[in-house]
Design a protein around this ligand. Structure first.
Ligand SMILES: O=C(O)c1cccc(C(=O)CC[C@H]2O[C@@H](n3cnc4c(=O)[nH]cnc43)[C@H](O)[C@@H]2O)c1
Length: 224
């Protein structure tokens, strides 16, 4: 097996989209009696997330940024109430629509829609969550500006990004800001809904916030 270097992170910025996610993360960190963490609200969507994260990273000495919140889970990969840890963060709608379908920026040749994460940390966090009886999937975390609301789009995205585990609206924005400052990023989603046909009544936001709180305790323990 290839040896993966274990990096030590001491100053960690956690970006959530909304205050209720920030509060859940803060409760989890408090239970772990963690220090070195700052939790902030980024706003909803990749642009707001990137701008807020960049403003916080400028000159503040953070060495890891985590995008955390509730999210959609891809069927068969992450169920409601479970967790999803990013193996890579992907801007899934960054590209061009053509008569033959969607073409991503990588293929178009103007940048990349993928931001790599610290693979060793992602694997270690996923394992620690599972050991704590918080089922967690390790896989691509997709960022979209529009929440997926049809089976056709969910199937297209799952085929486009094999192994897609979660969907959110901020991860790539947070990670793009982190990359700009040379800081590694990770995404952690607590699943509130299945990615697929829109069924707002089936969303389980309180359950996902409870999972996010528990996962934040484990995140602090893993980073300690
Ligand atoms: O449509 C509604 O009534 C509604 C009410 C509350 C929240 C929403 C959202 O769309 C929340 C977006 C927010 O949550 C994340 N999120 C949660 N599930 C997903 C998803 O399946 N796909 C993308 N994003 C999701 C997202 O990161 C935002 O921060 C709607």
């Amino acid at each position: 097996m290839q040896h993966q270097e274990r990096k030590i992170y001491k100053r960690i910025l956690i970006m959530t989209a909304v205050p209720m996610e920030k509060d859940a993360v803060a409760r989890g960190l408090q239970r772990a009696e963690a220090d070195g963490f700052v939790v902030e609200v980024a706003g909803v969507g990749p642009a707001s997330a990137a701008a807020s994260t960049a403003a916080l990273l400028a000159g503040r000495g953070f060495d890891l940024v985590v995008s955390a919140g509730i999210g959609g889970g891809y069927p068969g990969r992450a169920a409601i109430g479970e967790l999803a840890v990013s193996s890579v963060i992907v801007a899934a709608d960054l590209g061009a629509e053509t008569p033959d379908g969607f073409v991503g920026v990588d293929k178009l040749g103007f940048g990349s829609a993928r931001i790599e994460v610290d693979a060793e940390l992602a694997a270690r966090l996923t394992e620690a969550l599972c050991v704590a009886e918080l089922p967690a999937a390790l896989g691509p975390a997709l960022t979209l500006s529009t929440v997926t609301g049809t089976a056709a789009t969910a199937e297209r995205l799952a085929a486009l990004i094999p192994g897609a585990a979660s969907e959110g609206m901020e991860g790539f924005g947070v990670a793009a800001a982190a990359r700009h400052f040379g800081v590694p990023a990770l995404e952690l989603r607590a699943i509130s809904n299945a990615v697929g046909p829109r069924d707002r009544a089936a969303w389980r936001i309180p359950d996902a916030l409870r999972s996010l709180e528990r996962a934040s305790t484990i995140l602090a323990e893993v980073l300690r």
